[in-house]
Design a protein around this ligand. Structure first.
Ligand code: KIV
Length: 275
């Protein structure tokens, strides 16, 4: 069945948007079909985040991620899931130039992956684009606070809200995305009081990452919470230590191969000879 003809029982953007004030929204990133299959029963939203550039492709930021990469991984996550709402990030350079460019990128992502929504990092200047897309049938998730695609302007990945100007800006960005019709808004890298203010002011549910418990839902980069990297940011809770488990398994395998104890008889085909 093609991406466009999937008959779906997935959660919808309405389910997420109408959930504000009810149960917290559970979101995780997913980039591959097998991981999507494992996460799908537990998550309301699977985000195919452009963090895949760093997590899967070894880039130093998300700036080098292309639309083709997002579409490839978006299709894989759609194949591996069947109940969560799947949102795909629009990567840097694919939506900022004009409404028309954003429309072409977002409609490609929707049509070629079958996902139900896109996410944009929404500085104030992007609010119009959100309204343009929503008006034409593309649900949009906003993303305010620390915006990884703006890391070259910010001089790195820095939490937001140290100054009043920065704090006001996060509030303005969130309100602009909300008014433009975003069905949910990721709030990244802000202190608890800012998260609380944003969450109380906007109609859309806020999804926090490094933004305290004062959000309407939470998202983590799955590989972070599974302990796939030696370093874990302060806001991440490690729910597993897969990095060490994989290291030990690979070391054990290497030893068995070198000692010729793998494969053993039980792992070897014994085929009847054809006459
Ligand atoms: O790209 C991503 O994974 C994200 C989340 C961290 C929210 O945008």
């Amino acid at each position: 069945m093609s991406a466009q003809t999937e008959i779906t029982k997935r959660k919808t953007v309405r389910d997420i948007a109408n959930g504000k004030g009810k149960a917290p929204v559970v979101c995780l990133t997913a980039y591959t079909a097998p991981m999507a299959r494992l996460l799908d029963p537990h998550a309301d939203v699977l985000l195919v985040g452009d963090s895949l550039g760093m997590v899967v492709h070894g880039l130093s930021s998300t700036v080098g991620v292309t639309l083709e990469m997002m579409i490839l991984h978006g299709r894989a996550v759609m194949r591996g899931s069947n109940q969560a709402l799947v949102v795909v990030d629009l990567p840097f350079g694919s939506y900022e130039e004009s409404h028309e460019v954003a429309w072409r990128s977002a409609s490609r992502v929707m049509m070629e992956t079958g996902c139900q929504a896109v996410k944009v990092e929404s500085g104030e200047g992007i609010a119009d684009t959100i309204a343009f897309l929503v008006d034409r049938g593309i649900p949009v998730m906003g993303h305010v606070g620390l915006r990884p695609q703006a890391m070259n302007v910010d001089g790195g990945f820095r939490a937001k809200g140290r100054t009043k100007a920065e704090r006001d800006r996060v509030l303005r960005e969130a309100l602009a995305a909300d008014r433009a019709g975003a069905f949910a808004i990721v709030v990244e890298g802000v202190a608890e009081d800012i998260a609380a203010e944003v969450s109380s002011l906007v109609r859309a549910p806020t999804i926090g990452i490094g933004a305290s418990a004062k959000c309407d839902g939470q998202i983590l980069v799955t590989d972070d919470m599974l302990g796939m990297f030696p370093w874990t940011p302060k806001f991440v809770r490690r729910y597993a230590d897969l990095g060490n488990i994989i290291d030990q398994a690979a070391a054990h395998y290497a030893q068995d191969v070198r000692e010729r104890t793998f494969p053993a008889e039980a792992e070897t085909y014994v085929l009847k000879r054809a006459p």
